[in-house]
Write a protein that binds this ligand. Structure first.
Ligand code: NAP
Length: 419
């Protein structure tokens, strides 16, 4: 990422100075890396490099510190040192801000040094500035995002090519779309970190990552993707931040069913999209490349220019209140797709339906595909589409269903989102 920033400044440094009427001239004075010998795709002079992170902060000729090293330990020390020195920070590190934001934003305030983080969410989409500035006159009712390109690519390949999860993951890795360690991408946390930042911006308090419900795509099967398609849905890793009438905020990231007609259903490959609903704005869609050297470096440079122009720590509206209320996951309600794996015996469907009815969970439809060439084959997969109910109610009902002898595996649940 650092190489991308170097390249943009070499190519467009003079343009930026002209565009800012000669008020901003950006020059890279120091570059910290781990390995001085490593070949890099940007040719910066050797004397700019150091392996000592703090040299960047302590150099008196450095006015702004850019953190693009990743992780939450050394990056925290670097950013904290810069803020303590009163130097504005530009970072693309969503994990750092989502997990250690409270400490860093407190330092930012104390030392009057702003933190800029456009590159941290959806690389090339200017969604941070949109929420912080362009939409400042709106109550933000909902944010729905596809904000992890790796997961989106994998789910798309499972849908289009019928690949299993391991094969689709391997393909994503071979194409360079997934990191060597893909964990944060596929376990949902990369997207959740970004949703935490968007939710914190939209609602003015720092959302505690420990209270956020997150599920990844690792357990999504080709069978559920096929059934989704039969029923008119696609499976997407959705990150949602929704404000309820009573002021509580619902925030979650999980693979969900989304109507094939919804605009987010057509976000393909490694692209990202964020749909924002504001009370006066209505709905607006932001779409673009979610990662990659060029798009992310473009966001970093925009923050650098902003930091150079204006060093106020009170950027946008994060955070303006100590605390807000997050909705308990058990109180969140949607309709559901539930797949039961069962033994083929008379009365199975009735047994499950009776338990659901006892818990007042309504059934809106069923799907139990029969092999046309072999209609007498054992019936093993039974799908119920369920009316909207709280997740807690569904969990209680399913705990009882799981005790039935006819079940051969745990039920598989997807939420059906009507955004
Ligand atoms: N890649 C993307 O598309 C993208 C998009 C948005 C945000 N981001 C964020 O940007 C950050 C960096 O990601 P990346 O993909 O650019 O990672 P990367 O390719 O691994 O680059 C990290 C750089 O930081 C240096 N570094 C790491 N730890 C260091 C330490 N302790 N001291 C000195 N230098 C250190 C590394 O030096 P060496 O080169 O010597 O190893 C390397 O140059 C992450 O927070 C990531 O979430 C990335």
């Amino acid at each position: 990422m650092g190489s991308g920033v170097w390249k943009i400044l070499q190519e467009h440094g003079n343009l930026i100075t002209s565009r800012t009427r000669d008020t901003v001239r950006l020059e890279i004075r120091k570059i910290a890396v781990r390995d001085l010998q490593k070949a890099r795709d940007a040719e910066a002079p050797a004397d700019l490099f150091t392996t000592e992170l703090l040299e960047v902060v302590n150099d008196p000729s450095v006015d702004i510190v850019v953190e693009l090293i990743g992780g939450t330990d050394a990056a925290f020390d670097l950013v904290a040192a810069a803020l303590r020195a009163g130097k504005p920070v530009v970072t693309g590190n969503k994990a750092l801000l989502a997990e250690r934001g409270p400490e860093l934003f407190a330092l930012s305030r104390e030392h009057h040094a702003p933190i800029h983080f456009e590159a941290a969410v959806a690389g090339g989409i200017p969604i941070i500035k949109a929420v912080q500035e362009s939409l400042i006159g709106n109550r933000i009712d909902s944010i729905a995002g596809i904000i992890n390109g790796t997961s989106n690519y994998i789910l798309q390949r499972m849908t289009e090519a019928g690949l299993g999860y391991p094969e689709a993951l391997k393909e994503a890795k071979d194409l360079g779309y997934a990191e060597a360690d893909e964990a944060l991408d596929v376990n949902g946390w990369d997207a959740a970190h970004k949703a935490i930042l968007l939710g914190s911006l939209a609602h003015g308090f720092l959302i505690d990552h420990k209270e956020v419900y997150v599920r990844g795509i690792e357990k999504v099967t080709p069978l559920d993707i096929k059934f989704a398609s039969d029923l008119g849905y696609v499976v997407k890793l959705l990150s949602l931040v929704m404000a309820r009438e009573d002021g509580a905020i619902e925030i979650r990231t999980q693979p969900s069913f989304l109507s094939q007609n919804h605009i987010l259903a057509s976000v393909h490959g490694v692209f990202n999209a964020v749909a924002v609903k504001g009370d006066h704005l209505g709905e607006s869609l932001f779409y673009g490349p979610g990662a990659g050297q060029g798009p992310t470096a473009s966001a970093v440079v925009s923050d650098l220019v902003e930091a150079a122009r204006n060093s106020r720590p009170e950027r946008g509206f994060l955070p303006f209140q100590e605390k807000g209320t997050l909705l308990e996951i058990d109180d969140t309600a949607t309709s559901y797709y539930v797949r039961f794996s069962v033994t083929d015996q008379p009365g199975v469907m009735a047994d499950v339906a009776t338990i659901l009815a006892k818990h007042k969970v309504g059934i809106s439809g069923t799907h139990s595909p029969v092999d046309a060439n072999n209609p007498d084959a054992d019936f093993v997969e039974m799908v119920f589409l369920l009316h909207t109910c709280p997740f807690g109610t569904l969990k209680t009902a399913l705990a009882e269903v799981e005790k039935l002898d006819c079940l051969t595996d745990r039920p598989v649940v997807f939420r059906i989102e009507t955004l």
